[in-house]
Design a protein around this ligand. Sequence first.
Ligand code: CAO
Length: 425
Amino acid sequence: MGKALDGVRVLDFTHVQSGPTCTQLLAWFGADVIKVERPGEGDITRSQLRDIPGADSLYFTMLNSNKRSITLDTKNPEGRAVLEELIKICDVMVENFAPGVLDRMGLTWERIQSINPRIIVASVKGFGPGPFEDCKVYENVAQCTGGSASTTGFRDGLPLVTGSQIGDSGTGLHLALGIVTALYQRTLTGKGQKVLCAMQDSVLNLCRVKLRDQQRLERGPLQEYSQFGEGIPFGDTVPRAGNDSGGGQPGRILRCKGWETDPNAYIYFITQAQVWDKVCTVIGKEEWLTDPDYAKPVNRLPKLNHIFATIEEWTMTKTKFEVMDILNEVDIPCGPILSMKEIAADESLYATGTLVNVDHPVRGAYITVGNPIKLSDNDVAVERSPLLGEHTDEILSQVLNLGEERIAQIKASGATGAPVRQAAE
Ligand code: CAO
């Protein structure tokens, strides 16, 4: 088997989550990813949310698999010179610094182009050009400004952020697609280009169904929202819809056996129109099959609260897995609410490589999420994240082909860490 991005070399100048998500994916497709980190502390996430003293955090290790790490102080002239050597031999450079940081380093697009006109420079920023373009942005800022928070939660509660890192990891995914597309275009043009993903844009892209609803709202109430059935008028903006489905098939989270003590004893139940007769039969409401008030999906919309309450009387008599088994047998779409504990113990996810156990020399074994994108001709095993500067020597000597004397000079300057002094003669 091959590696999809074999031969592609990535200069990974990223930190925290959005950029590292992108470069980790590229590494899992077989690219050689060289992570440039500041000497001493490296990527700030190495020490954030630490669970084992002195060991790289899970935050870091789960976002930086299959990469090599070189420490370089890019504000040191020798460090900057090494960075430019790397730019010369890399196909892609990925960065997610605050706006203006690269320019302040002297690495304008023009400068990078003059060093390597074939390089693809991919950036994550919080916002695209506009009033907020200079702002620093973290995950939840993007969730709030991309439309997710205003449409998540319950109508009468606060806006909510979601557990899915759609701002950071979501943007990293978008960026990875931009990079491979630009690599493909380069095979035709021979030229590099800039790839920019703004976190606000990525969140909005993932929230497009809510912008759909904003425009539908101008033509009348959103009938699939619970509040329609409850007779609560709509305002002029998309409301929070609780657990209502975002699509055309109504759905809800329903209690299952054990819900009184287990916070995750719930199932997502979808009343897909095509299997409405099966829903009625399974829950023992055969009379709904012939009742004209229930026969057509449009007739059911004002009664969704009653319908789901009736279905819930049935789901509460079974565990979420029993409900899943019974419904799947008759093709009724549903999904148990799985806790992270249940997911971490799911052998089938390990069998596909979606979850992987990795060993680490300092922290020991840990579980990480492997490549969620499966290619039939891409064989890359998930490897642990690098220690800070673990590959500095290897990269200077084997990737940049620098001689011993030059390497000693670079090290003496402090560019790769605390200066290494030459012994007095
Ligand atoms: N050697 C020397 N200096 C280095 C260096 C290195 N190897 N790597 C980075 N630096 C310096 C930069 O030159 C810059 O210094 P100046 O401000 O003096 O020019 C600084 O470190 C990095 O700055 P930053 O502003 O990017 O970092 P921050 O921690 O203040 O902000 C963040 C973090 C994420 C808010 C900001 O980077 C950002 O908005 N990024 C874009 C959006 C993004 O990706 N956000 C998601 C992050 S994941 O939640």
